[in-house]
Structures are given as structure tokens and as C-alpha cells.
Design a protein around this ligand. Structure first.
Ligand code: 5AD
Ligand code: SF4
Length: 342
């Protein structure tokens, strides 16, 4: 029998055990599906991603956009282009949130990002920023300008693995940024990759514990997918089953969080996002980067969105929701807290 209270209490030994054996998988998936239904309901929210710059000053070992990958053709969208794209998204009428995503690109300074936020907010859309680590002062200014949420994955909660994958950076510093985002009142999203080289089941249990420690409002979990233009080209990637199990355990630990069925999961399995919706996920993030730029945002190879044009990404998401027997959620779809868990 699955010991749900041990999962909810983030018992690291028990979580490690569950991540080591497949014995309880079906029970974990069913419990997560039930909790999703009970605490967030049957509505699945769409978030439109605009990948507005693939320039990055960082060198994360796993990522195709790392600064040292000279084979990437770099692009930057202008403020006007970004806002026009948001207008297009607003007009679709089925998406209430725009996610502004980029590499760590200082070209977009405090003022430019502020202008983008204010113009997009006037369209009545919620805004999620996903710009990597920026200054605490910028987080404050952008929150005041109207940004609602911030996504900053911690990637792995193992300090040693984090340091190995992020030259010159530390997990402590990443955690400090996330705590500051929370303190400022952002709905704060974090997340991790599954199947990183050297990552153990215990490390994954640490990821789950960190979601709880932060009281994350959003949690994105995807498989690691090796990219040929990186130092990890020849590593093994993450698998579907373990990724789904992490999604499901996250739902049990944070019953009212927003949890996306990630593009990365949809990229290693054509049914990946559907499966995630069936075991805890309640958000899909269709890629609405303009077609001319889309194939240049190659964080990992075979990204499913390379093959979709504008509306296909949205149509596919709607079909996936239907196939899961769920409904489209309208409006911003922020976290609705359940105060007392019953
Ligand atoms: N495989 C899977 N996900 C990746 N990301 C970056 N590189 C990879 C990869 N090779 C994810 C990270 C990061 C976001 C930009 O994309 O989780 O947060
Ligand atoms: Fe840059 Fe983000 Fe890729 Fe790291 S993961 S290299 S910060 S785009």
C-alpha cells in the first residue's frame, strides 16, 4: 500500500524508495490524478510562450543555447515585435497568460522589460517572466510594473550536481533568487530536470523537498535531453516513466500548485503531455514564438514545437486537453490556494 502521508510529509527515505522501485507507480499516478481533480479541478490552463531572445551569457552544461555553442544563430526580438505577438495571443481568446522567455540576455535592460510588461498588461493578459537570474532590484521594479509570475527552475537540488552543471554558480544563489521572488509577491515557479548525468533517486527526492520548502506556486518537470552541441552530448537522457512519477509526486506534495505538462516530456514521447495530464499536471504551455525564430531556440534537440506553426501549437494543446477528458480553463489561472488540506 502506498503511504500517502509519508509523501505529503516529504519523507526523503520513502520518496527515494518510491523513485527506485516501479512497484507503486500505478497507485502514485492514480492518487495524483485524484488529487488534481479534487484540488485544482478539471480545468487546464494554457500559457503562451514567447521565446524572445536566444542570446545567453551562461554556459549551463546541458543547454543548447549556452554561450559557448557557436553554431547557434542568435536572434533578438524588438519590443514592438514582442508586444505584437502578445496582441496576436490575446486575440486568440483561449490563452490568459504570456510567458516571456529568453536566455540570460542583459541587452534587455530594466527599462525595456518594464515597457514590454506595461504594454502587455494593458492587453489584459497575465505575465510570467522567465529571464533567468536578474538583479533583486529588477525583480522589484518589474513586479511593480505588473508582472505576475516568475519562472526560475532550480534544475537540481543536489548542490554538487548543480555546481558541476553550472560553472561558477551555486545552488545557494539560485535558492536565494527564488526566495526573493516569493518575498516580492510573485507567483513563483521552479522545476527540475530528470535523468541528468549522475543524478540519483535521492537527488530527485531532494527536488521534491525543495518544491515544498519553497512552497512553489508552479513546478515544471521535464526529462533531460542531451544536445549534440554541448559537453553532455553523449550522456543518457531522462525517461518518461520517472518524469511522470516526479510530476505525480509533486501533485501529491503540493496539491494546489500549477504543474505544466512540459514540452520536453512531449518531445521524447508524442503522448507525453497527455500522460502528464493524467497524473497530476494541469497546465499546457504552447509555444507561440514567431515561426521565423522558433527553430533557433534549440535548448535541446527534437523540441516538439519546432514542427508546429502558430495555431497548430494551440490546436494540439486543445486536443490533448480533450483527449484527457478535461476542459479548457479561461482567464489567468493563477494558483488558487487551498488553505486547509482535508
Ligand atoms: N534537456 C531538457 N531540458 C533542458 N533545459 C535546458 N537544456 C535542456 C536539455 N538539454 C531546460 C532547463 C531550463 C530551460 C531553459 O530548459 O530546465 O530551465
Ligand atoms: Fe542560458 Fe538558460 Fe540555457 Fe542556461 S539553461 S545556457 S541560462 S538559456
Amino acid at each position: 500500500m502506498l503511504e500517502i502521508s509519508k509523501i505529503r510529509n516529504v519523507d526523503l527515505d520513502y520518496l527515494t524508495y518510491l523513485l527506485t522501485t516501479s512497484e507503486h507507480d500505478e497507485e502514485i499516478f492514480a492518487t495524483a490524478d485524484e488529487m488534481r481533480r479534487k484540488y485544482v479541478g478539471d480545468e487546464v490552463y494554457l500559457r503562451a510562450i514567447i521565446e524572445f531572445s536566444n542570446v545567453c551569457t551562461q554556459n549551463c552544461l546541458y543547454c543548447g543555447l549556452r554561450a559557448q555553442n557557436s553554431s547557434v544563430r542568435r536572434y533578438r526580438m524588438s519590443v514592438q515585435e514582442i508586444v505584437e505577438r502578445a496582441e496576436f495571443i490575446a486575440k486568440l481568446g483561449v490563452i490568459g497568460t504570456v510567458v516571456l522567455q529568453s536566455g540570460e540576455d542583459p541587452y534587455y535592460d530594466t527599462k525595456m522589460v518594464t515597457e514590454v510588461i506595461m504594454r502587455i498588461k494593458s492587453l489584459g493578459l497575465a505575465i510570467t517572466l522567465s529571464l533567468g537570474e536578474r538583479s533583486f532590484e529588477e525583480y522589484r521594479v518589474w513586479k511593480e510594473a505588473g508582472a505576475d509570475r516568475y519562472l526560475l527552475k532550480h534544475e537540481t537540488a543536489s548542490p554538487q550536481l548543480y555546481a558541476r552543471l553550472h560553472p561558477g554558480d551555486s545552488l545557494e544563489s539560485r535558492k536565494a533568487h527564488l526566495l526573493e521572488l516569493k518575498r516580492l509577491g510573485y507567483e513563483t515557479g521552479t522545476g527540475c530536470m530528470v535523468g541528468l548525468p549522475g543524478q540519483t533517486p535521492y537527488d530527485l527526492a531532494l527536488d521534491l523537498a525543495f518544491f515544498r520548502e519553497l512552497d512553489a506556486d508552479m513546478v515544471g518537470i521535464g526529462p533531460f535531453i542531451p544536445h549534440p552541441g554541448t559537453p553532455l552530448a553523449h550522456s543518457k537522457g531522462g525517461d518518461v516513466k520517472t518524469t511522470l512519477k516526479m510530476v505525480a509526486l509533486t501533485r501529491i506534495i503540493l496539491p494546489d500548485a500549477n504543474i505544466p505538462a512540459t514540452t520536453a516530456l512531449g518531445s521524447i514521447d508524442k503522448d507525453g503531455r497527455l500522460l502528464a495530464l493524467k497524473c497530476g499536471a494541469n497546465v499546457i504551455m504552447p509555444n507561440l514564438t514567431p515561426n521565423v525564430y522558433r527553430d533557433k531556440y534549440e535548448i535541446y534537440p527534437g523540441k516538439s514545437s519546432f514542427y508546429d506553426t502558430d495555431l497548430e501549437a494551440v490546436q494540439k494543446a486543445l486536443k490533448t486537453i480533450e483527449a484527457a477528458g478535461l476542459r479548457l480553463g479561461r482567464g489567468p489561472g493563477g494558483r488558487r490556494r487551498i488553505e486547509a488540506l482535508v
